[in-house]
Design a protein around this ligand. Sequence first.
Ligand code: LLP
Length: 417
Amino acid sequence: MSGFPEFIYRNNELFVESVPLEQIAAEFGTPCYVYSRSALTRAYQEFDSAFADRDHLICYAVKANANLAILNLFARLGSGFDIVSGGELLRVIKAGGNPQKTVFSGVGKNTEEMRMALEANILCFNVESEAELIALNQIAKDMSKIAPVSLRVNPDVDAKTHPYISTGLKENKFGMPISEAERIYQSARLYPHVRFTGLDCHIGSQLTEIEPFMQAIEKILNLLNNLKSRGLEIEHLDFGGGLGIRYAHETPPSIKNYVSTLCASTNDIKQRLLIEPGRSLVGNAGILLTRIEYLKHTPVRNFAIVDAAMNDLMRPALYDAYHEILPVNKHDRETQNYQIVGPVCETGDFLGHDRKLSLTTGNLLAIMSAGAYGMSMSSNYNTRPRAAEVMIDKGTVHIIRQRETIDQLFATERVLP
Ligand code: LLP
């Protein structure tokens, strides 16, 4: 057992669904991201069915993995989207997603992005500051439009996750204090080109406990009540994303438990519920496939130098994140303690530390749980073209992003005359 339902060993060889990873590497080369359509679909349907007949909208957080094929798949399943840039909006539209099921988050939306989103009639702007609200009101006025708005409140709860991905503490740059949101909702008349339709929060990412979500919900419901008592009606509540996945030994709440908790805690209200999951929809539906270039044994450490690097998967270097690393071909030879590293010229360029593996040059490794914040955070550092991406659909391998070429990297650069 690999522990990942779509990535399974058969006779000691790792497959994705019914396809050997060895075959994918031979056909498309490495490094290569490999996704399972059935894993993506299953995760979406788990969310959707857990809401049962509760009025809801799942807005997939595009930043987790923005490939058009993945967005298109979620759009076909009925998903909405959570975007954080004009580029992401254009991706949603290009992929056949519905702007009217799209919410726009982020602390720094610029004029052009707000215009594009108003033009596209998105569902809601998740506004993070009074300054942003003033700007949006003006832009909507210039366009003779009314902008639908949720204020993103910062509920000041500890998400108990990595500090870089914790967003709901009062010292974080995200959202606004509840008291400020309450004041702004009440001064709605100052913003005639804005309509307050929702109330929003997002407290962080890779949460492995339900408690912080419940604390945030309680604070949001309090605010909702206060607004109601002043005659302000809100149409939807947006609880953001953040549900964690299992990378190693974490035991996050299941999708079903998480959604059930949201529904049960909001049983008494009629508002539509929105969520913005990213990682929990795509994280364990994808891997990064890489080949061992060299084994290097020094007096103090063993290194496996692979052809994927921190530019392909930045999470280990950036957050010291753990990703399970599985050999594509398992055998019984003696294991050694390896540092799995890439070719990039940084000591931080590692994919895994101290892994007990039995390795041979030329063999393939699967870096697990790489579907979220893998390709979407990749870069061209060291002039490395970005990896290919493929998706498996019922035994057929589809290329969903060609491997980048060096020519593409040079295309926008010019030397002085
Ligand atoms: N909504 C908002 C407003 C967000 O900022 C995020 C993620 C999400 C939804 C989706 O959160 P998720 O369900 O994926 O936890 N690069 C980091 C994660 C950064 C998350 C940023 N915001 C990582 O690799 O762990």
